[in-house]
Write a protein that binds this ligand. Structure first.
Ligand SMILES: Cc1cc2nc3c(=O)[nH]c(=O)nc-3n(C[C@H](O)[C@H](O)[C@H](O)COP(=O)(O)OP(=O)(O)OC[C@H]3O[C@@H](n4cnc5c(N)ncnc54)[C@H](O)[C@@H]3O)c2cc1C
Length: 438
């Protein structure tokens, strides 16, 4: 059986986050005009819509090429968290302490904004707390990377961590307290059997981390907006935007402002005022596929991440799990699509590779051999050239704005980003941020 047949017969993607009744929206036809056009109907687009409607009096049209929240926002690990993938100490070195502090402040505030929206739209029950959190580390180098963040976690008032290290490992870190414990105790803390891990970190206080189905959240927000602002917005599905010129989409839709909430997708062209093609965004984005699996299990709710730099698992230097209501979600393998090409055959190949990696990981870490996946799914993340989200105006194209580039984590952070963007679009002057488009 070749890979394509295998794909047809054995790999059917069935994200657990899209198993609910979803409203359909009409296709766009003819000519239109609006104050603001949003391109992309994932969580970034919906949160941008939310703030445009609740904080301005603008008329908004939102265009989605497929269905609302059916890409990354319906195919992720559903972990609401406030985090930037790049190490904090690296960001301080590159951008300076004040800009980094300001950006983490905004990221951290996203959590409260999310709670506020969940309450306002009556969807707080979608947020499911994850109380037991641990990070497993395979080497001194990985440990050093994590303890290096502590100085800034403390300085920026972020959650601090306890570090437990195998007593046989000789390490000392400035200003970070290390608890030395026997290996057996370490493995017990992690609930694993893989004795090659040498350290575990656990938060010293409650960490803002919870499970949130971001697709369901998008629909709850749309329901709310439909009740209160229906006269000021329209959502179109199956309405791809192929060409963007200043203030004009697809030669048919006029908009004072155009906001791209397109994650890592590049299936459109942008033109400048002179008519020249503008490729800056396309050149800056690398889409990356992430493959996820879920299985039934019985344990107390937990979230766990494994940072493994031993090269033991091809294509997966880390794994992350979350477990609630007897349902474990497992993430890890990721693959770049540098040319934007992802044929069905290639996806099938990577899906099979990912399943093999997951089985190996579950066997080595938990001694689990009989663990059928009830769900298996894949989503695309857009990585920008600087590894940071772009939130703000494109200086070279009048009226063009970005709220995109998930860079691995984007459920909660897209909310603070949408709020920032809507403040900027109203002409507010905000402190410089790591997210300003370069
Ligand atoms: C496997 C995986 C696991 C993840 N896990 C987590 C996690 O646990 N926690 C977390 O915070 N983040 C996680 N993320 C990231 C998070 O899912 C994303 O940051 C977030 O969903 C991105 O939302 P978005 O709206 O920017 O993108 P999307 O949800 O991808 O939405 C972009 C939309 O734009 C549309 N679009 C693109 N081009 C056009 C066009 N030309 N015309 C019209 N529409 C267009 C697309 O169809 C798409 O619907 C994960 C992502 C993946 C893939």
């Amino acid at each position: 059986m070749d890979i394509a047949q295998h794909y047809e017969q054995e790999i059917s993607f069935n994200s657990p986050w899209l198993q609910f009744e979803r409203t359909h929206f009409q296709k766009h036809q003819g000519n239109s005009s609006c104050d603001v056009a949003i391109v992309g109907g994932g969580i970034s687009g919906i949160m941008t819509l939310y703030y445009l409607l609740t904080e301005t009096d603008k008329n908004v049209l939102l265009f989605e090429q497929g269905r609302i929240a059916s890409q990354a926002s319906g195919n992720n690990a559903a972990l609401a968290c406030i985090h930037i993938e790049r190490p904090i100490q690296e960001l301080v070195e590159e951008f300076g302490i004040e800009k980094t502090r300001q950006s983490f402040l905004e990221v951290d505030q996203s959590w409260d904004l999310m709670l506020d929206i969940l309450d306002r739209v009556g969807a707080r029950s979608l947020l499911k707390p994850l109380p037991n959190i641990s990070l497993a580390m395979s080497s001194k180098e990985v440990l050093l990377g994590h303890t290096g963040r502590e100085k800034y976690n403390r300085e920026f008032g972020r959650t601090k961590w306890h570090y437990y290290v195998d007593e046989k490992i000789d390490v000392a870190f400035d200003g970070v307290e290390i608890h030395r414990i026997p290996k057996e105790e370490l493995l017990e803390k992690l609930h694993i059997v893989d004795d090659e891990f040498i350290a575990v970190a656990v938060p010293q206080e409650q960490l803002n981390l919870a499970r949130l189905n971001s697709a369901e959240f998008c629909f709850a927000v749309i329901d709310f907006l439909s009740k209160h602002y229906s006269e000021r917005f329209t959502i179109y599905e199956e309405s791809p935007i192929a060409r963007i010129k200043p203030h004009l989409l697809n030669e048919a839709i006029q908009a004072d402002d155009i906001i791209l909430c397109t994650n890592g997708y590049k299936g459109f062209e942008i033109f400048s005022e002179t008519g020249a093609r503008f490729d800056k965004l396309h050149n800056a984005l690398t889409p990356r596929e992430g493959y996820m699996a879920a299985f039934k299990d019985t344990r107390e709710p937990y979230a766990q991440a494994f940072f493994d730099d031993r090269g033991r698992y091809k294509d997966s230097p880390y794994f992350y799990l979350s477990h609630i209501e007897q349902f474990t979600v497992l993430g890890g393998p990721e693959f770049d699509q540098p040319d934007g090409i992802h044929t069905q055959e290639k996806i099938a190949e990577r899906a099979l590779t990912s399943q093999e990696i997951y089985r190996e990981f579950l066997k080595n870490s938990y001694n689990k051999t009989d663990c059928p996946f009830s769900h298996f799914w894949m989503g695309i993340m857009g990585y920008t050239s600087n590894g940071l989200r772009w939130v703000g105006q494109e200086p070279e194209i009048p009226g063009l704005w970005y709220n995109l580039g998930c860079n691995g984590i984007g459920i909660t952070t897209s909310i603070g980003a949408a709020k920032r963007l809507v403040a900027l679009i109203q002409g507010q002057k905000l402190p410089a941020s790591l997210f300003d488009p370069t």
